[in-house]
Design a binder for this molecule. Structure first.
Ligand SMILES: Cc1cc2nc3c(=O)[nH]c(=O)nc-3n(C[C@H](O)[C@H](O)[C@H](O)COP(=O)(O)O)c2cc1C
Ligand code: SF4
Length: 628
């Protein structure tokens, strides 16, 4: 393989007032050829196809995209067809098969970023760098675009530069960034304050207040016994904090009892639901507790290997998490014969995601862990019997694992006494949008929406979106409702909109999100989310009619009944919710009584007209009809 440039592995260290993090970057040097570098990556990952995604992420670090020669080399060395490698790389939005620029700037495009002016900021950066959004600059220096929520809604507007998060973007910061890019200043020399990431913990309850010493929960389990500890988790009535709310004790028991020698533990830290960022903070400040929860699970189900699946947007946390894992190995809290108990062997590896919301769905996550495209599997069978490598696997959310440590140290009865009858313990909310104090708020289950709004300094609130775009939008007359599985179930997102906000635009942003993140596996979702997106754009352009509401309802029935996974099922929720509760926001856009198709053929043909250089009246549908 012929490669002209040479690379050296170096380490970028960013210090800031909020702490420091380190990022592996690869810089040009005469010390290593590209092929040698790829071989180092392959050796590190044992040439194992299950690690293909991790190999591709590392391979991309060289050029900022995966070079065609690199694919040939990987294909040869891993004995995988080129098409397989390209198919995997093509699935993930952070992986590029074409040159994508030395600086790859992605503005977070959640509704809260929009409310904070991200689009104007992006336009300003584009005009200063003479580049069109989504296109590589002519000199190959920079590409500027948008990405789905980066999980920093408490400190937006946010962006990623070469996958490193920068928040609190202002016009001044944009000017500075434009200058740094024009001057080709390496990211490692940018002001450290740009990379500061705050935890913003505003209200602590049992979990965020806990000071569990590393190893304390493991010792409590070993003293009590494995079965008795599982019984405590069942007694606690802990339900999963990732959204679906399945009983954690039952999940662990099903997995323990499932046939098969190898069992696995997976922590879901994909946290892609727009408006959610609590797992980010837990991993930053409570990583020991999360890893200890995974180790408790491993002991109970008989697993020797665990994985933390970390969303690509949180790559900055990787060195910190690796350091915590290393420290735990040194303390004999991971590794072989944990705490001196022969046969208690367990370790945790971290796998990075690469910009695919669907990989938060547990079966898609497992596919991704196996180095494949993140396409959801058919269920049943469920991961507890057929998970990673078809072996029994527990997948739990970050907050769920952390909560199991509390239960193991304090007992199930103590835990079930907190919260409500059906929703025990506490829930961490990620609060963002129109309020004075965005951030993390932990409450016992049962807290009212009104209480949360009062605590975070929200005023004149029109609506709250609970649990992100796939959740529910509630209006002011519902603010006495409660955060609980039998009322408002949530994975944590809590986005606030005051009276000045246009709820139609909120729903439109969410619908675009679903269309962007549909994995494309099944036609109803792939096409349906795009049609819905077109319909909302059509309404926004003033071409809507009351017939569109009927069309949206029909689309909802189709998506509900034929979609393969939860993304398709919930894609229409934001529109239906807001049509029901904020109808005037839609009515004011209905300029027509008659139906106008969402697909505008004339507009779709405009590109062809441009390419052929034919834009006379005959090339326009309406005028050609008229002339007949
Ligand atoms: C489209 C989609 C995205 C999801 N994203 C996440 C996620 O980012 N984090 C998470 O913990 N669960 C997510 N889930 C739920 C997981 O499939 C799974 O139920 C959860 O990880 C189980 O953990 P728990 O029992 O602790 O909640 C998602 C589900 C769907 C359908
Ligand atoms: S419903 Fe959508 S996201 Fe889910 S599998 Fe089908 S195409 Fe993919």
């Amino acid at each position: 393989m012929t490669i002209n440039v040479h690379y050296k592995l170096t380490r970028m260290s960013v210090e800031s007032d909020k702490g420091s993090y380190h990022q592996r970057v690869f810089m040009i040097s005469p010390e290593k050829t590209h092929a040698e570098y790829l071989d180092t990556i392959l050796a590190h990952h044992q040439h194992n196809a299950n690690n293909l995604l991790q190999i591709l992420i590392a391979a991309q670090d060289v050029h900022g995209y995966i070079h065609s020669d690199a694919i040939d080399h990987l294909s040869e060395q891993m004995a995988l067809p080129r098409s397989k490698i390209e198919g995997v790389a093509g699935f993930y939005s952070f992986l590029h098969l074409q040159a994508a620029g030395d600086y790859r700037v992605l503005f977070s495009d959640n509704i809260t970023d929009r409310m904070a002016g991200n689009i104007d900021l992006m336009k300003s950066l584009c005009s200063q760098l003479w580049v069109e959004p989504g296109k590589l600059s002519e000199d190959g220096l920079v590409c500027v675009g948008t990405t789905s929520c980066t999980g920093m809604c408490d400190q937006g507007p946010g962006m990623l530069v070469n996958n490193i998060a920068i928040n609190h973007i202002t016009a001044e910061r944009i000017n500075a960034i434009a200058e740094l890019i024009r001057e080709r200043v390496p990211l490692s020399a940018w002001p450290a304050s740009f990379f500061a990431i705050e935890d913003n913990i505003r209200r602590r309850d049992i979990l965020l207040n806990s000071q569990i010493q590393p190893g304390a929960a493991l010792k409590a389990m070993l003293a009590r016994g494995d079965n008795a500890t599982l019984q405590e988790i069942k007694t606690s009535k802990l339900r999963g904090r990732g959204g679906a709310g399945f009983s954690t004790g039952m999940k662990w028991e099903f997995c323990r009892d499932a046939a098969g020698d190898a069992h696995y533990v997976v922590c879901n830290a994909d946290e892609g639901e727009p408006g959610t960022f609590k797992d980010r903070v837990l991993l930053n400040g409570y990583a020991d507790t999360v890893f200890e929860g995974m180790t408790l699970c491993a002991r109970i189900i008989g697993a020797k290997q665990g994985f933390l699946y970390l969303r690509g947007e949180y790559r900055y946390l990787l060195p910190h998490l690796q350091a915590v894992l290393q420290k735990r190995r040194g303390q004999n809290l991971l590794g072989t014969s944990i705490l001196g108990h022969e046969g208690f062997d367990f370790d945790i590896a971290i796998h990075l995601g690469a910009g695919a919301y669907i990989c938060g769905e547990e079966s898609a996550l497992i596919e991704s862990l196996e180095g494949k495209r993140g396409t959801p599997r058919n269920r049943p069978p469920f991961p507890v019997t057929h998970g990673y490598l078809n072996c029994p696997t527990v997948v739990n959310n970050v907050e769920t694992f952390a909560s199991t440590c509390l239960i193991t140290t304090h007992g199930g009865a103590w835990y079930s006494g907190i919260g409500t009858e059906t929703s025990c313990g506490s829930k961490i909310l990620s609060v963002s949008g129109d309020c004075e104090r965005p951030g993390l708020y932990e409450y016992p289950f049962g807290v009212t929406i009104a209480q949360v709004l009062a605590d975070c300094g929200a005023q004149d609130t029109q609506a709250v979106q609970v649990s992100g775009p796939s959740g529910v939008c509630i209006s002011a007359d519902e603010f006495n409702r409660r955060i609980a599985f039998d009322d408002l179930a949530t994975a944590g997102a809590f986005m606030i909109f005051n009276q000045t906000r246009d709820m139609f635009e909120v729903a439109r942003n969410f619908v675009h999100f679903f269309a962007h993140e549909s994995c494309g596996f099944c036609t109803p979702c792939r096409v349906g989310t795009q049609l819905l997106s077109n319909m909302m754009d059509k309404l926004a352009d003033g071409n809507g009619s009351p017939y569109d509401f009927t069309e949206i309802e029909k689309l909802n029935v189709l998506l509900q009944s034929t979609s393969h996974c939860g993304l398709g099922h919930s894609a229409c929720n934001p529109v239906l919710n807001t049509i029901e509760k904020f109808r005037p926001a839609y009515d004011k856009r209905l300029a027509h009584k008659d139906f106008i198709p969402a697909f505008d053929l004339d507009r779709a043909l405009s590109q062809a007209r441009q390419m052929t250089g034919r834009d006379d009246t005959g090339a326009h549908l309406e005028s050609s009809h008229e002339s007949k």
